[in-house]
Design a protein around this ligand. Sequence first.
Ligand code: SF4
Ligand code: SF4
Length: 360
Amino acid sequence: MFNNIGRESPNYIQYLLKAIWAIKIPIRIMEVCGTHTMAIARSGMKQVLPDWITLLSGPGCPVCVTDETDIDLACALADLPNVILASYGDMMRVPGTDGSLMSSRLNGADIRVIYSSNDALRLAVEKPSCEIVLLSVGFETTAPTTAITIETVVKEEIKNFSVLSLHKAVPPILRFLLLDPELSIDAFLLPGHVCTITGADAFNFIAKDYSRPCVVAGFEPVDILEAIFMVLLQQQLQQPTIEIQYQAVRKKGNVIARKYVEKYFHLVDCTWRGIGIVPLSGYAMRDAFGGLDARKKYDLPVPLVKNTHCVCGDILKGRKEPIECALFATRCNPASPVGPCMISEEGSCAASFLQIQKGK
Ligand code: SF4
Ligand code: SF4
């Protein structure tokens, strides 16, 4: 829709803002991606948009949506003798019902921070007498790399490696939110990176079945402004469809990456933190590769849920703003987070906290 000439110039941004202000339609737009949430907070965008536009943060950060009980499972695995749990750094401080990976590590569990699933694979090769468990999180963007690592493990017949898959799929959670009669989301800014894999077509149902405008948005503030303008035009013309603002995205996505994922995973019902069980929204390993599935390989306890008074669930559904949480910026802050939305940089509570600090 737009060409790239002078897109970052102040004149163009002012032009976009003027165009946005000219369409006076009250609208609640959910940005699904955590990186969008951060870009919106960092740029102070909400302050320059008209107040009839409400931007809601969706369940777009894989750390925020990891359920407490899944953290408990990961801690239980790490506590097993001879097991090394390989985890991405941003999972370390996420609270479970009782403790976190960080507290487990302080209590003696062997947990290594990795930067890619290949690091976990390397650990398995270097330490053949230990069992390596890869704690894998993320959406459609990261599931293919985990699948490729599993492919190597299978081919090279590595026996001391397994995966605790907490991967989740984005289209089912959006359908779930749309089906909730208490939520009013008028439109979506779709996650650019996820769509490079799924393809924009995977989200056609939002316009087709639920008549909501959607735009696949890039990650710069100017991309997000363009996407908001595109959403407003769709709403004004009452022609909901799915448009692509982020040039890296194709309608069909990355077929090869999806094939890898389909080979090793299938979709199952899965619990999203604060939201509950969402049908067919989690990637579990296929039975044929059960020996590589940490849930099957180890006899894990079923953890109990505890009420922390964190309202992340309502925030992730766009029902509440972070400042509506009684714990926001008091008992819960980035130095001492209670809920996951305050832990990850991309979490909506952390983003709101940052915004408030900047405004002081
Ligand atoms: S596109 Fe990237 S940053 Fe955004 S939700 Fe997906 S994984 Fe996270
Ligand atoms: S402020 Fe903290 S406790 Fe409240 S919803 Fe956000 S993360 Fe949860």
